[in-house]
Each structure stands twice: as C-alpha cells, then as structure tokens.
Ligand binder design. Structure first.
Ligand SMILES: [Zn+2]
Length: 312
C-alpha cells in the first residue's frame, strides 16, 4: 500500500489537472477511495489551484494591458518630443533673426545736438533700429557723466523694413561734464574696435574705452563640456547598475542640451557682445532640447520594454 501511495503522489498533480489517461485516472480514483491520506493530499493540491484561478486570468491579461499602455505612452512621448524639437528650431530661427547686428562707427550714424534747455538729442541714421544708452558716473567725487551708446539693427528689422528710431533725448541735469561714447561692438580682422567719443571734450577725460565682448558664455560652454566628460566616465564605470546608469544618462543630456542651445544661438563662436540675451536664448532652446532628448530616451527604453513584452 505504501508503495502505491508514493506512485499516486507522483501522479496526483497531473490527476488534479485531469491530464492523465483514463486508465491512470481510474487507478488513482480507486486508490483514493481507500486511502484518506492521499485524498487529503489531493484536497491540498486543489485548494491553491482554485484560489489562484482568478488572478491567473489577470496575469494573462497584464502583459497585454502593459503593452497597450506602453504603446500609448510611446505615442504621447513621440508627439511631445517632436513638438519640443520644432519649438527649439523656431526659437533658433527667432534667435538668428533678432541677433543684434552692430555697426562700425562712422560719423553719419549718430549726431548729437544740444537743445536750448541744455538736454542732448541723439539723431540716428535710418538703418539703426535699436539702441541702448548706459549711464555711468565716474570718479570718486563724481567728476563727469559718461554714456555708453550701443546701436544695432537685426536681420528681422531689415527683412520687414522696420523704420529706424529717429532720435533719443538725453536729459542730463547734474551739470557735470557729459561724454557720450559710441560702442562699436565690432571686430575688424579679429581686433576689437575702440569706442569712439561722439560728445564731450575728450582731452579732459583720461583712459581709453574699449568694449570687449563678454567671454562668460565660453566659460559656460567649457564647464558643460567638462560636465559631459565626467558624467560620460561615470556612466561607463557604473554601466552595470541599471538604475544609476539611467539617472546618469538623464543628467548627461543636460550639458548636451546646453551645447546644442549654444550652437543654435552662437554657432562656433563663444564671444558675445549681448551675453544676457544670448544666454537667455541658449537656456530656452537648451531646455527644449533637453525635454526632447529626455523623451527620446524614454521612447528608446519603452520600445525595449515593448520588445521584451512581446518576447514574453
Ligand atoms: Zn495512498
């Protein structure tokens, strides 16, 4: 009897699933009628099977649901990704069209006249569409007032035939000697041009005034290149740790996005006379590129997930 029990126990799981031949089934049935121990064993086998019956269907449906969800997410991400890239391109074009084009100094660009009230009127050439005037009071005991004048136009203004600003009024009520410098923001044969004094008695003012292009965007670019290299090494070292690797990959995209933004705004130049404007644009375009690349990365991993799900 004991020998028969061990044979029945071996077949029992198959018997419970009704996967045995008719003869075997009859043999097991016959044994079970006389053996309460094996009967109890069969009950035990059936219990968990019945409990598992419902979640079983869920487990079957889960991969399909997951697959559907993954496909939908992929679609949404692809759309967002494309939109980000398009927006970045539009911003780049705007950046190109609105980039200041400075003028090399020539006397007909600006003329300064003094009004009867003692104010100054700057009359601009019609090609000039924008200007900034920065006021600086020099010296410890305030000896003179110096103005820096920047004038420029943009490709956009030229294309749309925008009329130039005609003139600007400078109200100076301090009674101090006034100087106005024309900042050329212009390099000839890679030599930065000096500022030109267009108003004031220069012999009384010492020192030379040169507008140097700002270089901080170049330093920012170097910083981002360094960051990229460091993160690249970290990714290589930690490549076997899936979670950390993915985090690093997301971080690596930051300097890459900044570099792309820089390329869109300044090309291969690093010096800029309008750093703040350029930085804002690089930042905006960089953020869009970052979003796009982040989405592309997640699409890449989603696609892998879908592939794995299909393999299952
Ligand atoms: Zn038995």
């Amino acid at each position: 009897m004991k020998n028969e029990c061990s044979i029945v126990r071996d077949i029992l799981p198959l018997y419970a699933e009704k996967m045995v031949s008719k003869d075997t089934a009859e043999f097991v049935k016959g044994h079970l009628e006389n053996c309460p121990v094996c009967r109890a064993e069969l009950e035990k086998l059936r219990e968990p099977v019945e409990v598992q019956a419902e979640p079983q269907t869920d487990i079957d449906a889960a991969p399909l649901k997951r697959l559907k969800k993954a496909l939908l997410m992929k679609k949404v991400r692809t759309i967002l990704c494309t939109a980000s890239v398009l927006l970045a391109l539009v911003l780049s074009v705007i950046s190109f069209l609105t980039a200041p084009k400075y003028f090399a100094y020539s006397p007909e660009l600006v003329t300064v006249t003094k009004t009867e009230g003692g104010h100054l009127v700057l009359s601009f050439d019609e090609r000039i569409t924008n200007y900034t005037l920065q006021r600086i009071i020099t010296g410890k005991d305030i000896k003179e007032v110096v103005y820096y004048l920047e004038v420029w136009t943009t490709t956009w203004d030229r294309l749309t035939g925008r009329h130039g600003i005609q003139n600007a009024l400078v109200r100076e009520t301090t009674g101090l000697p006034v100087y106005i410098f024309f900042q050329q923001n212009y390099a000839l044969n890679n030599v930065d041009m000096d500022s030109v004094c267009i108003y004031g008695n220069l012999s009384r003012l010492n020192g030379s005034w040169v507008a140097l292009p700002g270089l901080s965007l170049g330093y920012w670019l170097l910083f981002n290149i360094a960051l990229f290299l460091i993160l690249g090494c970290m990714r290589f070292i930690l490549r076997r740790r899936e979670h950390i690797r993915r985090c690093i990959e997301r971080a690596i995209l930051i300097p890459v996005a900044y570099g792309l933004g820089h390329l869109c705004v300044l090309g291969f130049r690093t010096a800029s006379y309008s750093q703040w404007r350029d930085f804002q644009l690089i930042f905006a375009i960089g953020v869009l590129f970052y979003c796009a690349m982040l989405l592309a990365l997640s699409i890449f991993y989603k696609r892998k997930e879908i592939k794995d799900a299909k393999m299952e």
